[in-house]
Design a protein around this ligand. Sequence first.
Ligand code: FAD
Length: 305
Amino acid sequence: MTNMETHRARAYACLDEPLPAVELSFEIFPPKTPEATERLWQNLELFVAAKPRFISVTCGAGGSGELGTFDLVQAVQARFGVPVAAHMTCAYASRAEIDALARRYWESGIRRIVALRGDPPKGSTRYSPRPDGYAYASDLIEGLKSLADFDISAACYPEVHPEAESADADFANLVRKVGAGATRLITQYCFDTDRILRLRDRIAAVGITTEFVPGIMPIHSFNQIRRFSLACGAGVPGWRAELFEGGEDGSPVHGMIAASVVAEQCRRLAAEGLTRMHVYALNRAELPLAITHLLRAAHALPAAA
Ligand code: FAD
């Protein structure tokens, strides 16, 4: 049996067994309008009630700069007292500005950082390091660790980062981030679970024991995800397109398919022992909460099969 056949055989065998307990973290972004802000605060009540491991707040996704991240991180921590992780990127500020921001986070009690290179600034498609900045995520992680003992999550890519010279160069970069002090690796979302497991196995094979957390993307809108995936190098398998074909974005049918597909992926990952997952919640509550319920009640599912 090949490794992947073993994975598959185990995955299907596990569907009949109770799953281990899972722990989820949720990722949100700073909203841009008063209506979106109000909706987010309502949804945050629901996220917090689901007892997440932590809530993370993105920074400058799409090249928009630091707008709102610091304030939202502070507000969520103050209101709910849950662990909050602040995303920080190299792309939008000088090293001195980033160091100053990191000190403010530390002084305000924030201990978790998701450290990233970041998307290129708006208007440019290629990233080039700022002369006065941190060039890559590994440099940022090293800089943050020299300031304080942050708990640092770094990104990794089951389908290889789209700008990487090669898969090996990308893997070498992952190893550099661990060497620089990352405490956790969170994957880019990936709809091909086999690829996530292959990356997990490759990391283990070189003796890295850093926590490995699959990033989970619930599909709120298939058309939007298809566009976004093109930009970030995530593949959309043909079978996914087939599943969503004809189910209008936002319709109840679309939502049911999305919940079923994402729960299936999470159940397989949990059965593989990957019980900590990071959900790209995109400020929406329905699918992240559906995942939470379906996984936490998973002990009952074999009875329904
Ligand atoms: P890096 O690890 O720096 O790698 C980027 C590329 O450069 C790779 O191709 C790598 O192989 C290459 N590289 C690394 N070091 C070198 C070197 N020394 N020389 C040459 N090449 C090198 N983006 C945002 O803007 N804001 C966010 O809040 C945000 N949150 C995210 C959260 C998660 C969990 C994930 C997975 C991604 C997130 N992103 C975010 C997207 C991320 O910024 C992009 O994927 C970005 O293109 C790469 O970030 P990185 O930290 O992996 O970069």
